[in-house]
Design a binder for this molecule. Structure first.
Ligand SMILES: C[S@@+](CC[C@H](N)C(=O)[O-])C[C@H]1O[C@@H](n2cnc3c(N)ncnc32)[C@H](O)[C@@H]1O
Length: 260
């Protein structure tokens, strides 16, 4: 079941990057997502991710449309030259490429994604910016990160964990690959209340980063259980609401930071 779901997610994001864009699936396709009312995130063309780095304008007008995030983890992770950055669910690579600019020639960025088409697009974007071996993209599952222990300095992720069925495993993996003292900065979708199981099983809502979202207190419990300290919520924004019968379940996009 989990594998089937992940295959569906990979297929869906390959389809979306091949022309049908969506902010974590929700803004552009929200009218086709019954039961979910998105918030109108303001101020940017690139979904809720904030303005794209000027230097990424080298990718042309398409760059904004290729960003499917719900926050700005790069801007909030204080990346410096020499950082070894891992971007979980890197999509078309927009955050990875911005991170590579900050990590400089002595740094290195690795993006990981399930979708072949996303990996292909991310490599094409990196080539356009002539970033050489400062950035690489690997196909893989963030619940089993195909990388060694204790080496990353920041791990970033933008609107991906809401798609992972086992978020505890993802946070455990993030902890494993981070160097002691390293940090994670993750933008993600969470819900105010537990999402009813029947909605979680609705794969259409799930792949749009809506019903796979964790309840916010449980989200923080998982992070602490993995061993992180100094965990803080840096940003919280309204993300919309799911209607379920008479109930309305509020959703938030949050950006969270923590240290190993
Ligand atoms: C909403 S998009 C966000 C992409 C990118 N972070 C951005 O901000 O544009 C979610 C991405 O996560 C990837 N993804 C979902 N589940 C994953 C998993 N278990 N392992 C790796 N990638 C995953 C999808 O293929 C998709 O590219």
């Amino acid at each position: 079941m989990e594998n089937e779901l992940k295959e569906k997610i990979a297929r869906e994001y390959s389809r979306r990057i091949s022309g049908k864009s969506g902010c974590c699936g929700t803004r552009d396709s929200s009218s086709d997502t019954p039961g979910f009312t998105p918030s109108s995130c303001s101020g940017s063309d690139s979904c809720c991710s904030g303005d794209l780095d000027h230097e990424l304008k080298g990718l042309g007008e398409e760059a904004g449309k290729q960003s499917f995030g719900c926050g700005n983890p790069v801007g909030l992770s204080s990346i410096v030259p020499g950082d070894i950055v891992i971007d979980l669910g890197s999509g078309a690579g927009i955050d990875s490429l911005m991170a590579a600019k900050s990590a400089g020639e002595s740094g290195k960025v690795t993006g990981i994604d399930l979708s072949d088409e996303m990996i292909r697009k991310a490599r094409e974007n990196a080539d356009k910016l002539q970033l050489g071996n400062r950035v690489m993209f690997l196909k893989g599952d963030i619940e089993n990160i195909p990388l060694e222990d204790n080496f990353a300095t920041p791990v970033i992720s933008n609107c991906v964990l809401a798609l992972a069925p086992d978020k505890q495993k993802v946070f455990d993996e993030v902890y494993r690959i981070l160097k002691p003292g390293g940090r994670f900065v993750v933008s993600d979708v969470v819900s105010e209340q537990q999402i009813p199981q029947e909605l979680v099983e609705n794969t259409e809502l799930y792949v749009s980063c809506v019903t796979g979202a964790a309840q916010v207190d449980q989200y923080y419990s998982m992070i602490r259980k993995s061993g992180f300290s100094r965990v803080e919520e840096v940003v919280r924004q309204d993300y919309g609401a799911i209607s379920h019968g008479q109930e309305s379940i509020r959703m938030f996009s949050v950006t969270v930071r923590g240290y190993k």
